[in-house]
Each structure stands twice: as C-alpha cells, then as structure tokens.
Write a protein that binds this ligand. Structure first.
Ligand SMILES: NC(=O)c1ccc[n+]([C@@H]2O[C@H](COP(=O)([O-])OP(=O)(O)OC[C@H]3O[C@@H](n4cnc5c(N)ncnc54)[C@H](O)[C@@H]3O)[C@@H](O)[C@H]2O)c1
Length: 298
C-alpha cells in the first residue's frame, strides 16, 4: 500500500503543521477548510515556516541560497487548498485535524466515507476521543486509524499510531510508514483514552493541581521539583498553563463522563473554578502564573 496523495482537514494549529511536514516529505497535499479566510491564514503560516527553514538551512551552510529557494518553492507547490471535501477523492490517506468536537468529527467521518475512494485510509489527530466511534461513522472501520501528532508538529518527533479492534494490519502498517516518511518516530497504541502520552500526562497534571489545593507544596516548588528532580523541561503547573486550563478541563470532563470507574480521572475543584474565572493559562495571560506571551511574569 503506497501513500502518494495526502488530504488534511483543518488548517489550524495542528493541521497546518501536518500539511507542512507531509509536503516537505514529498507528498502532494490537499487541505480542506470551512472558510477561505481560515485556509489563507493556515497556508500563510506554512509559507512563513517553510521560508524560515530555508533561511536556516542557508545560514547553517546545509544548502546554497538557490537550492534552498527552489526546495521551498517545490514544497509549497505541493500544497493545494480547497473548501470542498470532493477535492479529497483521490487521496490515499486523509488526516482529520478539526476542532476537538466528537459529534462534528463523526459527521466528518461519515462524509469522508462517502467522498474518499474505497481504499483510502482515514485518520484522526484527536487527542482524547475514541477512534472507534469515528471509524464506525465512516462506514469503513477497518481502514481507520489514529495518527496523533504533537504540538508544534514541525518540531515534535513523536506520532502515536492508534489501532482499533477493527483496523486492518496493512492499514496500520501504512499509517506507521507514513509517520516515518514525515520524519517522526511512530509508537503503536490501542484505542484507549489519551493513548500513551495524554493518559500519563493528564493524570500527572491533575495530581499536581490536587497537591497545590491541599497545600502540600507551593506551585513554584512543585514545578522546580519536577524540573530539577526529573529533568522535565517544565513543571506540571507551568505545563497546565501552557496546554490551557480549559483544554485540560474539557479532556478530563469527557473522560470522567465516559469512564466513571477510572480512578486516575478526577477533576480538581481549582481547575473548574479558574476556568469559570477566565484564567485559562498562557493564552488568557493568567493561569497558575501570569504570562506575557511565552514568558512567565508573575
Ligand atoms: N493543540 C494541540 O496541542 C493538539 C495536539 C495534538 C492533537 N490535537 C488535536 O488536533 C485537532 C485540531 O486541534 P487544533 O489545536 O489544530 O485546533 P484549531 O482550532 O487550531 O484548528 C482547527 C481547524 O479546523 C477547522 N475546522 C473546523 N471544522 C471543520 C470542518 N468541518 N471542516 C474543515 N475544517 C474545519 C477550523 O476552521 C480550524 O482552522 C483536535 O482534535 C485536537 O484535539 C491538538
């Protein structure tokens, strides 16, 4: 099974990165958005990022200016935007990267099942929803996988490749090969809540919040402990601010509702309260810390 043409749905934070790495790896990529303005914004982001990489390659002496420019142009020429799902009908692999909304994703998989060629592989980049539900909605569950990239897609080296009970072996193998072809290290996982990374990370963040609520240690000391004691690049409360308190709450609410007997899924009262107060972390300027852009200022 060879993948040549790739489709991506959604050209937001994750989608634009997936489009970029696929085009850089030589795939023809069609990206579908809901509105021209969103498409233009996503493609402009890709252009900026590709040009920055070309400039870096020249500065580091890896390429001369002429070949860097030509490579960047060739990458961008492989990116095609559309507002129509019909544009995906020739794609061998279609990756969904729309907002984290399960009913919307299921609707989309139903459309993809109708529009895409029968042998096409359909993948979701969801962080927290069961791939199985989208697979069933598509009408071709054996050809559906999870391809979970990490933010920022251009830099993070991991992709989680998720199989459901019904995913065909050759589909799973092709999805892993695609991950490798775009320069990532694939890890395989069953269709479980949060897969590998978020299943470990979100309960860890929860425990840090509960520790702070109990007054066991200050936020600065909890963060310093994990940075200096475990070598993490940032502590769990900085990380929660970085991810977004609303996003963290949304994931936990979904899991608590879906898996009420899983003790690792618990919603700290402080998380609910802070989200209600509009303290969403870095993006709102305040969470556990005060932020100015990417910097903690208080
Ligand atoms: N943000 C992260 O750190 C991260 C990391 C890993 C996975 N994810 C997952 O990736 C997915 C996308 O997240 P994001 O952060 O890129 O969101 P985003 O809001 O930045 O982008 C979503 C894009 O999808 C578009 N869209 C929405 N509905 C659409 C539809 N029906 N058809 C076409 N386009 C549509 C929106 O216009 C928007 O541009 C989510 O499932 C999220 O859970 C996010």
């Amino acid at each position: 099974m060879t993948t040549k043409k790739v489709g991506v749905i959604g050209c937001g934070l994750m989608g634009h990165g997936i489009v970029q790495i696929a085009a850089q790896a030589g795939f023809e990529v069609t990206v579908v958005e809901t509105e021209q303005a969103f498409l233009d914004r996503g493609i402009a982001r890709i252009e900026k990022s590709v040009q920055k990489l070309a400039q870096k390659a020249v500065e580091k002496g890896k390429k001369d200016a002429d070949s860097a420019k030509k490579d960047a142009q060739a990458t961008l020429a492989r990116v095609h935007g559309s507002l129509e799902f019909e544009a995906l009908k020739d794609c061998d692999l279609v990756i969904e990267a729309i907002i984290e909304d399960l009913p919307l994703k299921k609707d989309l998989f139903q459309t993809l099942g109708r529009v895409c060629k029968p042998e096409a592989i359909l993948a979701s980049n969801t962080s927290s929803f069961p791939i199985t539900e989208m697979a069933e909605a598509s009408g071709r569950p054996e050809r559906v996988v999870g391809l979970h990239f990490f933010n920022p897609v251009q830099l993070m080296r991991l992709v989680e490749v998720v199989r459901t009970d019904r995913t065909d072996e050759d589909v799973f193998a092709a999805a892993r090969s695609f991950g490798e072809a775009v320069g990532k290290t694939p890890v395989s996982c069953k269709d479980t809540p949060g897969f590998v990374v978020n299943r470990l990370l979100v309960p860890y963040m929860t425990q840090a919040l509960l520790m702070l609520e109990r007054g066991d240690a200050s936020k600065e000391d909890i963060d310093a402990a994990m940075r200096l004691g475990c070598g993490h690049p940032m502590g769990p409360l900085t990380l929660t601010d970085y991810v977004g308190l609303d996003t963290t709450l949304y994931i936990l609410e979904g899991w608590c509702e879906r898996y009420p007997n899983e003790p690792a899924f618990e919603i700290p009262a402080s998380l609910k309260r802070m989200v209600a107060e509009g303290k969403l972390g870095r993006k709102s300027g305040e969470g556990f810390y005060k932020w100015d852009g990417d910097k903690i200022v208080g």
